[in-house]
Design a protein around this ligand. Structure first.
Ligand code: ZN
Length: 215
């Protein structure tokens, strides 16, 4: 049975299809910042694993405070990272009154600022707020099959009630990833993504911005 499932999944990936997952607003914290917000000796407590191996939703929640608004019970993902990072949609930024650039995860120089409040303390995040650039996690095996390189840009057609093609989607190749496309809630709403949804890589995006069909 497992062989059949594996064969079907391989065939789906070979045709350039990828499952789309929607990322709600969330926070990544350093170990030090976990202690600031949740108390000395505190660590993130896993409650649910995420699709990417080793990543989890923690039981802890925080409040985000911006110049124009606040957001309660924002999810904290684990494990702890080397830099604190807040990932918001454009709509979240507008509601909070926060300015944040569209960036890849980890690219935080000059990014937005926000205040994070936990049960035991408050953190002024001077830079670390981003609107995550949509991306596809690809395994090394699938990257070879589909001839996709790390950091390459592709266009993805979404199969939904409101079909949309996302251009300029970043490929992220790693042996630790499972194949998934990640978009935020604004993108999901614009494309009518609800429940299980597939997208298909329809072309690579050349540096000059002219598409080249690969499938
Ligand atoms: Zn991702």
């Amino acid at each position: 049975m497992k062989d059949i499932v594996t064969a079907v999944v391989d065939a789906i990936h070979m045709a350039g299809f990828v499952e789309i997952e929607v990322s709600a607003k969330h926070v990544h914290l350093t170990e030090q910042d976990v202690e600031v917000l949740f108390g000395r000796g505190a660590s993130l407590e896993p409650v649910r694993p995420l699709s990417q191996p080793g990543q989890f939703l923690s039981g802890q929640r925080v409040k985000l405070i911006g110049p124009k608004g606040t957001m309660e019970r924002v999810a904290v993902l684990g494990p702890a990272r080397s830099a604190t990072q807040v990932e918001l949609s454009k709509s979240d930024c507008v509601a909070l009154g926060v300015k944040a650039p569209k960036r890849e995860s980890g690219d935080l120089a000059g990014s937005g600022s926000v205040t994070i409040e936990g049960p035991c303390g408050t953190l002024e995040v001077k830079e670390g707020v981003i609107i995550a650039h949509n991306h596809i996690h690809v395994t090394e095996a699938d990257s070879r099959r589909l001839k996709l390189k790390d950091k390459e840009r592709v266009s993805v057609e979404v199969y939904s009630e409101r079909p949309v093609i996302f251009n300029d989607v970043i490929i992220r190749v790693s042996k630790n990833f499972s194949c998934r496309m990640h978009i935020d809630f604004d993108e999901a709403n614009a494309a009518g993504v609800q429940g299980f949804t597939l997208g298909r890589i329809v072309r690579k995006v050349e540096a000059e911005g002219i598409g080249r069909s690969i499938l």
